[in-house]
Design a protein around this ligand. Sequence first.
Ligand code: NDP
Ligand code: 13P
Length: 342
Amino acid sequence: MEQIAVLGAGSWGTALAMVLADNAHSVRLWGQRPEQIKEINEKRTNEKYLPGIQLPEGITGYSSLSEALEAIDTAVLAVPTKAIREVLRKVKQCLRQPITIVTVSKGIEPDTHKRISEIIEEEMGTLLQDVVVLSGPSHAEEVSLRHPTTVTVSSKNMTAAERVQDLFMNSQYFRVYTNPDLIGIEIGGALKNIIALAAGITDGLGYGDNAKAALITRGLAEIARLGCALGANPLTFSGLAGIGDLIVTCTSVHSRNWRAGHLLGKGNPLDEVLQSMGMVVEGVRTTKAAHQLAKKLNVKMPITEVLYDVLFNGKDPKEGADSLMARMKTNEMEDLINILEK
Ligand SMILES: NC(=O)C1=CN([C@@H]2O[C@H](COP(=O)(O)OP(=O)(O)OC[C@H]3O[C@@H](n4cnc5c(N)ncnc54)[C@H](OP(=O)(O)O)[C@@H]3O)[C@@H](O)[C@H]2O)C=CC1
Ligand SMILES: O=C(CO)COP(=O)(O)O
């Protein structure tokens, strides 16, 4: 049994805290709002993020970050990507010893184009023992119901990844694999949110399963193109953090990215959609980063390009979908052949 801090008491941080508590670990769940922590400790609920769920006794809520981090070896970082640098700067001030950070957030930073593990390395410096990425098809709502779920962990140090695999592995409902392709795991998890937004839009426009299957398949092709240009192993995209997460996010009403896309497809403006969600929609920020990266690396990402115009340049979603269908004819396998020949 270990003492583990989970930083971020949103849907994913709370669901992962439940997995760790079910595995008999003692979990310190840190959140920035004292009234939410009071609810967690007194009512054993987190109604805003996981309505109707009873939290196990092994979770204790903390509103003091230094108390949550006192004498711990491992912290799970579960805040939206745009808050990561701010939270890590506070974490550093509280630490006296290097720790292992398990990152579960999905995104790429606009402008720097850094993956989350790279941001953590940069911010933490010598106070970082190891960084381990946990990713895969895993809606918090279903994990909190203890429905069967599979994820993958990766790290530059696979011994650290295996330790995190052991911490989270629960033979009843949470199965954890390892994969040494850190870049592929992070890129798959980040970019699937772009495609989920697009899938929500086509559903909002009233298109059917053919359009959805096309987006998932061609979305995977452009995720793999960018991932491979960044050094990922193409096989990773056929795994849990690739096609697995793409399927779960593009086809589930639990997905905030899909839901936001659905509202956009119905004609609602982006700012109103984001305000109405009440939870993070990572795909919007990641679309900006991927659009920049695709230009920089000269990688074709037609779905990302069109979504960028819909989100940031006022393009009509229906015109966006039409423009994807009107593209020049091409060979479906061209890019795969190029990748395999390299
Ligand atoms: N939900 C899911 O099913 C999954 C989510 N993820 C990823 O996990 C990450 C977190 O997502 P999720 O938990 O769903 O997001 P939510 O929107 O459900 O919760 C976000 C949490 O982060 C906190 N937070 C936001 N900004 C700050 C800040 N500046 N300082 C401290 N805390 C902050 C929020 O606090 P407050 O309530 O006070 O605003 C809240 O507790 C995302 O990158 C997401 O892509 C990955 C897999 C599954
Ligand atoms: O990453 C997720 C499932 O694996 C959650 O997706 P959303 O952020 O779209 O809800």
